[in-house]
Design a protein. Structure first.
Ligand code: URA
Ligand code: ZN
Length: 420
């Protein structure tokens, strides 16, 4: 719970590998896998850049209790004043498993995640006389569950996982990569999944893993291009495809939360909108202008700079201008938006759709004490503090209040009351 005088901070982008998942990675001979080096340190090898060769990435990255022990997560949260975290399995989720194993692993994982969260309640010493007390009122950890989204899985098995997540009190959404059932987020086979997630009211956290081809050069740049460009561009393409397939027209209530502030999507949304209107194959496909859909989604605030965060916020806020595509309007009004909505409107205030995140345990300090504050976290806190035009109200929303509302974390002034 937030100390008096400071805003509540909720971290919605923070990862775990549960003990069973780490065991699975330890048993594997191929990537993704966990290996123990000669000095006894365990390392996780995940990305295609880490698979082979003798480049700087070939050894993967250190992995330890910060990935699986809820006490380590709570220490990190305490060091940064984070009151509540909504954890998610880190990439590549279950993507590498066959359908039967994916279904079994998802079930086990979701139970593990529920137990992980339940193990971490704030002290309830003073709560014994409170008749409104529910164990969930003091929860500090919630989670996104996992779905067995792999090629060949029976749709019914995915829907059962949605049901399991919905029935698990600490699980408030799902994390999803960009492959869908193997053919991407625009695959018509994903329709029943979107329908189920939408009617369950679960938040769908879309997160990258595969990146895009880093061609045009040969230098070894460590993880910089894969994480700095490949990850956000993958999300950009995956979500552009999802929108272009009409998913948000058919499922306007689907609650998508986009990792890394949706990458380049906000900055490229007008270009994409123009490409659509100039393409005879696509121009009539969507119910409205591409830019409108950006106001229908949520974004983590992992943009690392105040100006980038401001851009995302402005683009979301602008979405209401494109609520209808009225071909009858004069050109100047059409290109600027509806006649009565020429100025940016507050129909979809961008600031209500941005949520603080850390990406913990990735991006630890390279040197020094990792139990101290992490610069990667402070960069994003500073970005939120530095957005031009934002005051305390906007900052408090992005730091925690938006998450409390979106994930249903609060009732009677306390965190985490059961929403069901
Ligand atoms: N690297 C990863 O592999 N995953 C993340 O979420 C962040 C960095
Ligand atoms: Zn992440």
């Amino acid at each position: 719970m937030a100390a008096a005088g400071r805003p509540m901070i909720v971290d919605i982008h923070t990862h775990v590998y549960t003990p069973a998942y780490v065991e699975l990675l330890r048993r594997r001979a191929e990537v993704p896998r966990v290996v123990r080096s000669a000095d006894g340190e365990e390392r996780v090898i995940l990305l295609k850049e880490e698979v082979s060769g003798d480049g700087s990435n070939s050894k993967g990255r250190p992995v330890g209790p910060q990935y699986w022990d809820s006490r380590a997560k709570l220490s990190f949260m305490d060091a940064h004043g984070i009151d509540v975290s909504v954890v998610s399995l880190a990439n590549p989720w279950l993507d590498f498993l066959g359908p039967t194993e994916a279904v079994e692993t998802a079930r086990k994982l979701n139970d593990e995640l529920e137990a992980y969260c339940a193990s971490a309640h704030a002290s309830n010493d003073n709560q014994t006389d409170d008749t409104s007390f529910s164990p969930l009122t003091q929860a500090r950890l919630f989670a996104f569950g996992s779905l067995p989204l792999v090629p060949g899985v029976e749709p019914a098995a995915v829907l059962e996982a949605v049901e399991q997540i919905q029935q698990s009190p600490h699980l408030r959404g799902v994390i999803m990569g960009t492959k869908g059932l193997g053919k991407g987020l625009d695959d018509p086979e994903m329709e029943p999944v979107y329908r189920a997630l939408s009617s369950a009211g679960l938040i769908v956290f879309v997160h990258p893993h595969y990146g895009v081809e880093n061609a045009f050069g040969e230098q070894d740049n460590g993880h910089v291009l894969a994480l700095g460009l490949g990850f956000p561009l993958e999300t950009t393409i995956g979500i552009a495809r999802l929108i272009l397939a009409g998913v948000l027209d058919r499922h306007p209530d689907l609650k998508l939360l986009l990792a890394h502030s949706a990458g380049a999507l906000p900055a490229l949304s007008s270009r994409l909108a123009s490409c659509i209107t100039h393409d005879p194959h696509v121009k009539d496909r969507l119910q409205t202008d591409f830019r409108f859909y950006l106001g229908q989604m949520w974004y983590d605030a992992l943009a690392y700079g105040p100006e980038e965060l401001a851009l995302v916020e402005r683009v979301i806020s602008r979405a209401g201008n494109y609520e209808c595509r009225d071909e009858e309007l004069p050109f100047i009004q059409r290109v600027n938006g509806r006649a009565d909505l020429l100025a940016p409107v507050a129909v979809y205030p961008g600031v209500e759709r941005l949520l603080f995140g850390t990406d913990h345990p990735f991006f630890p300090p390279l040197e020094g004490d990792s139990s101290a504050r992490w610069p990667s976290v402070d960069e994003n806190l500073d970005a939120i503090a530095g957005v031009p035009g934002w005051g305390k109200q906007e900052r408090d929303r992005v730091l925690g209040q938006n998450a409390v509302e979106l994930f249903g974390l609060e009732a009677k002034g306390k965190i985490g009351l059961d929403r069901r």
